[in-house]
Design a protein around this ligand. Structure first.
Ligand code: URA
Length: 180
């Protein structure tokens, strides 16, 4: 299966309620042969309007830091989210919404076959690395799960809320860039 075929399948998904209120599916984007696969939380307003992940302020910050370390979604990074439809009012995706959507994300990971998967923030980190995962304490640590390398760092929206953490975020991305 190709990413385009999978995207078509997602377009008609009614696995949870979120399809009813979204404007656009935010499938994910980036290089099909990416070394790094980034997983955010869920589309916000800008993403829902454009149908693309991380296009708002946090996306700009993410691109800036990725580019500084030789990484980009046009070249060696793929970006997706835990859920592909915007949760209303930007609330956290609910358990049933994540459960309904996870099969598509896992299929994307299988197709892209990245060397490293980066969870951005608590929502994706707790799903993949355990519900007690603490981004503030465990960011940058590398875990091997079912033959795949995972790590986590701060969500760029959290960096925008507390810019003092930007150097930590940058150091994590720099470390990840050297692992692939
Ligand atoms: N925040 C996310 O987690 N994902 C996006 O695509 C945009 C903002």
């Amino acid at each position: 299966m190709t990413l385009n075929e999978l995207k078509l399948e997602c377009e008609s998904c009614k696995g949870c309620e979120l399809y009813k209120t979204r404007n656009n599916l935010v499938f994910g984007e980036g290089s099909e042969k990416a070394d790094i696969f980034i997983i955010g939380e869920g589309p916000g307003e800008n993403e829902d309007n454009e149908g693309r992940p991380f296009v708002g302020r946090s996306g700009k910050l993410l691109d800036e830091v990725l580019n500084k370390h030789g990484l980009s979604r046009t070249n060696n990074v793929y970006i997706a989210n835990m859920v592909k439809c915007r949760p209303p009012e930007n609330r956290d995706p609910k358990t049933d919404e994540k459960e309904a959507c996870i099969k598509y994300l896992l299929k994307q990971i299988e197709i892209v076959n990245p060397k490293l998967i980066i969870c951005l923030g608590r929502v994706s980190a707790s799903y993949f690395l355990g519900k007690d995962f603490k981004v503030t304490k465990q960011h940058g640590e590398i875990y091997e799960i079912d033959g795949r390398k995972f790590t986590a760092t701060f969500h760029p929206a959290a960096i925008l809320r507390n810019i003092n953490n930007k150097p930590i975020f940058e150091a994590d991305i720099e470390k990840f860039s050297k692992l692939v």
